[in-house]
Design a protein around this ligand. Structure first.
Ligand SMILES: [Zn+2]
Length: 303
């Protein structure tokens, strides 16, 4: 089942030639979820051949411009392209008012409905429950109300043992029922226990997004065991004081969270425009947590 992340922007507050402001497109089982929408996000969607109308929902971590200023333009483009499907937007308080004001003064009347859902929680809270995945929002430490997101697959179906289908002459419907945990009832009434037919499913995969936040070790338990953790690492340790003042993390601090959380892979993102080469940040993080990679605009990562 598909579960991947396309990085649309991996820079911090100001874009550079190679890094745009924060945005990612998550594809989980065919559902396209946009996380953050910095300026130029819609251009990046075009550049990387993504269907703008295919976006099902938008998650905005906080209302700083580098995470939010691309949203009005994207919503307007969806309208101009003829969207009629509803769109759900999760964002902190103020997003709805800002968007509605912009559309009011520009005489924009959307032809599709937007359902704004306000993020306002002091502990991890389930915000989306779909058939194949769920999403939890959790508060982070930043200069504005800011939320991280944890996207988790639902437990996959059981796996049929090799030869089980042939051995017991199972129909397609039998297979579906057995993979969902039922015993097999054969035509003569014989019951074959599910345990004879199936193997355990693989572990559900999870993706955690933490951007922007000050160093906060309590995040470790929330993102514990994630297959992929995306952490902001705006600065290196030489700018640790500035990171604290601005409620951001250093690469080393991001890696500390990853290590404490026991995640499988850490992806650094949200690099300050001061770094032309983020190699030193990557090295700093790898010294703490070796399984670290750096986000790049246009790169896709499998969860
Ligand atoms: Zn930011």
């Amino acid at each position: 089942m598909e579960f991947n992340i396309l990085v649309l922007g991996s820079g911090a507050a100001t874009p550079t030639y190679t890094r745009h402001c924060s945005s990612q497109l998550v594809n989980i089982c065919g559902s396209h979820i946009l996380i953050d929408c910095g300026e130029y996000t819609q251009n990046q969607l075009r550049k990387y051949h993504q269907k703008i109308q295919g976006i099902k929902m938008v998650l905005i971590s906080h209302l700083h411009g580098d995470h939010f200023f691309g949203l009005p333009g994207l919503l307007s483009t969806m309208h101009l392209l003829g969207r009629t499907e509803p769109l759900t937007v999760f964002a902190p308080k103020g997003a709805r008012e800002a968007i509605e004001l912009l559309f009011s003064v520009s005489g924009t009347v959307l032809r599709y409905p937007i359902e704004f859902k306000e993020l306002d929680c002091s502990e991890p809270t389930l915000i989306v429950q779909e058939r194949f995945y769920h999403i939890t929002a959790f508060p982070m430490q930043h200069s504005l109300p800011c939320y991280g997101f944890l996207i988790v697959e639902e437990t996959p179906l059981l796996n049929l043992k090799p030869q089980a289908r042939l051995l017991y002459n199972m129909t397609n419907d039998d297979c579906v029922r057995v993979k969902n945990g039922e015993d097999l009832v054969q035509e003569d009434g014989t019951v074959v226990p599910n345990s004879l037919l199936t193997l355990p499913p693989r572990q559900p995969r999870s993706y955690a997004y933490c951007c922007d936040t000050a160093f906060d070790e309590s995040l470790s338990s929330i993102v514990s065991g994630a297959n992929l953790l995306c952490m902001e690492s705006t600065f290196d340790e030489a700018f640790k004081t500035m990171a604290e003042e601005r409620f951001h993390c250093t690469a080393s601090q991001a890696a500390t969270i990853a290590k404490q959380a026991g995640v499988k892979l850490l992806m650094l993102t949200h690099f300050s425009a001061r770094y032309r080469d983020i190699g030193p940040l990557l090295a700093e993080a790898k010294a703490v947590f070796p399984d670290t990679i750096a986000a790049e605009d246009g790169a896709t990562f499998c969860v």
